[in-house]
Design a protein around this ligand. Structure first.
Ligand code: EPU
Length: 337
């Protein structure tokens, strides 16, 4: 197993801010993971680093970078297969692999940065599909019982950008691989998100396929969201807040254009991007950081921002949304202070 000391993590973090870690273990098997976790008390588990912000430029805790690879077809059924994927695989490369192998289910989740193992933690989602819709189970190492456990998706307490791995069991389990249930016949596609249909119609595409939907998603995402390789960012910095319908009705009196999406009979989701945009932050640069011009919810690093500067900016954005609308927006990004 590779171990490196005093290494700069900026290449492993999509924010690309400079962070020096005391010690990093690069783990490529479950056995290696077990051995590190037996030696180290409170490690930071790093996947693709696409949803992480370190506010301190020196990390004293040991970092464990998960590089467990592999794709295996476990079960073949008439219409679908169960496929196990190592936590260290790149998410988007796996989506492309699934499409090339004539599976459907992951096309709407194309181009999401990060690794496979990080996907269940916040139940990644985009364009009307969430991971939980295609997830079968998660295999994870339990740091308490020091054993491997398998959780069916129904046990993972998946919700909007949430799972038990992020809430009540935060830090307890390290995901080693996930099993997906992917359709191989009788495909059905989710094109309910307006921009996808619009894109495919413009292209004159009549028969949707996983490939054409994936291409549409890639084009839509690329037009709105900055490429972390060119401009450091971690996608949406905050979750879209969910508020009571009655509160929303009150807010509409002062802000008649406030958009909302129905959650259930009592709750609505408000786009955080709109709230931030209305506070005047879209495209505003503050030193080396700021809110992206194409999507106000994305906080960017123009090159030399420290983690602390990015965090301070995020907290200023959060305060101004609270002052203007009385709505608290909560980071989606994992923050290590
Ligand atoms: N809007 C603005 N200003 C902006 C951008 C958007 O006012 O600068 C408004 C528009 O009214 C727009 C609405 O906000 O209709 C929603 O924007 P968008 O469609 O871009 O979606 P979002 O709610 O901001 C969510 C996810 C994204 C995902 C997209 C598409 C969250 C926190 N974010 O963004 O996920 O790609 O939907 O499904 O749920 C991520 O998690 O990192 C991420 C990028």
């Amino acid at each position: 197993m590779r171990v490196e000391e005093n290494i700069d993590l900026s290449n492993f973090l999509s924010f690309s801010n400079e962070v020096v870690a005391k010690e990093v273990y690069f783990v490529s098997s479950v056995a290696e993971l077990q051995s590190v976790l037996n030696q180290v008390d409170d490690p930071i588990i790093l996947g693709g680093g696409s949803n992480m912000l370190f506010t301190n430029s020196n990390v004293q805790r040991t970092v464990v970078k998960i590089e467990i690879l592999g794709i295996e077809i476990l079960v073949k059924e008439e219409n679908y297969d169960l496929i196990a994927v190592g936590a260290g695989e790149n998410w988007h490369n796996f989506v492309l692999w699934s499409i090339e192998n004539n599976y459907s289910g992951l096309e709407n989740l194309s181009l999401i940065p990060g690794t496979v193992g990080a996907a269940p933690i916040q139940n990644i989602g985009a364009y009307g599909v969430e991971l939980k819709d295609v997830l079968h189970s998660v295999e994870a190492y339990d740091r308490e019982s020091k054993s491997l456990k398998t959780f069916h998706v129904s046990e993972c307490e998946m919700a909007y950008r949430e799972s038990m791995f992020k809430t009540k069991h935060k830090g307890r389990f390290v995901i080693t691989d996930i099993v997906l249930k992917l359709q191989k016949a009788n495909h059905s596609y989710n094109t309910s998100y307006g921009a996808i249909e619009e894109f495919l119609e413009k292209k004159g595409e009549k028969d949707y396929s996983a490939k054409s939907i994936s291409e549409a998603v890639i084009a839509i995402r690329s037009s709105k969201l900055p490429d972390p390789k060119q401009l450091g960012n971690a996608g949406s910095f905050f979750k879209n807040p969910i508020i009571r319908k009655s509160t929303y009705q009150d807010l509409l009196r002062s802000f008649p254009n406030m958009p909302s999406y129905n959650v259930d009979d009592h709750l609505v989701k408000i786009p955080a991007a709109w709230l931030i945009d209305q506070c005047g932050w879209r495209g505003k640069r503050v030193g080396e950081t700021g809110c992206y011009i194409g999507q106000a919810l994305v906080i960017v690093n123009y090159g030399k921002a420290t983690g602390e500067e990015i965090f301070t900016h995020a907290m200023n954005v959060k305060s101004s949304v609270l002052n203007k609308f009385g709505i608290e927006i909560i980071p989606e990004v994992n923050i290590f202070q």
